[in-house]
Design a protein around this ligand. Structure first.
Ligand SMILES: [Zn+2]
Length: 285
């Protein structure tokens, strides 16, 4: 059973999610339904067969995390709506000026999905790398709050500083509005959130084959390392493709996660854009 989970769980989840989207490409509710199902499955397995038993969180901590993520999802939707309202016109004009009106709407939906996915991830790769490269971007985005957790589980996909929602929602919005993608952009967003859930999960998953293109939790754990050089790798949260292209892909065991030896409190995490804990070791200087 453990072997089956190790090798089959990750690809099977992705196949099911892509299949569900192909059957309902226009469904506005699918994003939340998929997220709920993926989180329930991963959350159950993290209790049943955790990769690191010491990382299993107590019910009270889990419920607090769920409530925070629910609030942040509502905020994310609001940010996406803000981007749609303010960016649609300038990006449509830019599309016209640069003659970018080439999106192949008649190509198979699954191909369009992966095109939107890889483009969105390209933008996210640049933003995420900037967060780890420049101190000002690290602080303004509140990215340290996401890295501050000593124990990771699937729910950590959504445990971000509220300020970072403006950074996280940007890639999908730009791709959709700049290229006039339509439904496949929403499909790509579903795939990215699914991947973000899997890569934070505390389950023993093999990176073999699937890790050639998709980020795995082994790769992303390294990005959450307490060691600065290890943390400055594997920036792609959904695909490892751009890390392979730009030379930031590294595979290796990760001993400890977090921004420093101790995990900041919830208030300290919220204050990180203004005041960082003194023992932070992975922030850019
Ligand atoms: Zn990061």
């Amino acid at each position: 059973m453990m072997t089956l989970i190790k090798y089959a769980l990750h690809p099977v989840i992705l196949l099911c999610v892509i299949g569900a989207w192909l059957m309902n490409p226009e469904s506005p509710e699918l994003y939340l339904v998929v997220l709920l199902c993926v989180q329930l499955l991963l959350g159950t397995l993290e209790y049943w067969v955790p990769a690191r038993p010491t990382w299993v969180v107590h019910a009270k901590e889990k419920i607090t995390g769920i409530l925070i993520v629910l609030v942040l999802i509502v905020c994310s939707i609001s940010v996406a709506m803000l981007y749609a309202a303010f960016l649609s016109e300038p990006l449509a004009q830019l599309r016209e000026t640069l003659n970018l009106d080439f999106w192949p709407h008649d190509w198979p939906l699954v191909v369009q999905l992966f095109m939107a996915f890889i483009l969105s991830e390209f933008i996210w790769y640049g933003i995420h790398r900037a967060e780890h490269r420049w101190h000002i971007v690290w602080r303004v985005s509140g990215h340290g709050a996401h890295h501050s957790f000593k124990r990771l589980n699937a729910l950590n996909f959504g445990l971000n500083h509220p300020l970072e929602l403006f950074f996280l929602a940007l890639p999908s919005a730009v791709v959709e509005l700049l290229f006039g993608v339509g439904a496949p952009a929403a499909g790509a967003a579903i795939l990215m959130s699914t991947q973000a859930s899997i890569v934070h999960s505390n389950i023993n998953l093999s990176p073999k084959l699937i890790g050639l293109f998709f980020t795995t939790n082994r790769y992303h754990l390294r990005h959450h390392s307490i060691v600065l050089e290890e943390s400055n790798t594997n920036y792609g949260c959904a695909t490892i493709f751009w890390d392979r292209v730009f030379g930031s892909y590294v595979d290796g065991d990760t001993i400890e996660c977090g921004v420093g030896p101790t995990e900041p409190s919830l208030v300290e995490k919220l204050m990180m854009p203004i005041k960082e804990p003194t023992d932070v070791s992975v922030a850019p200087v």
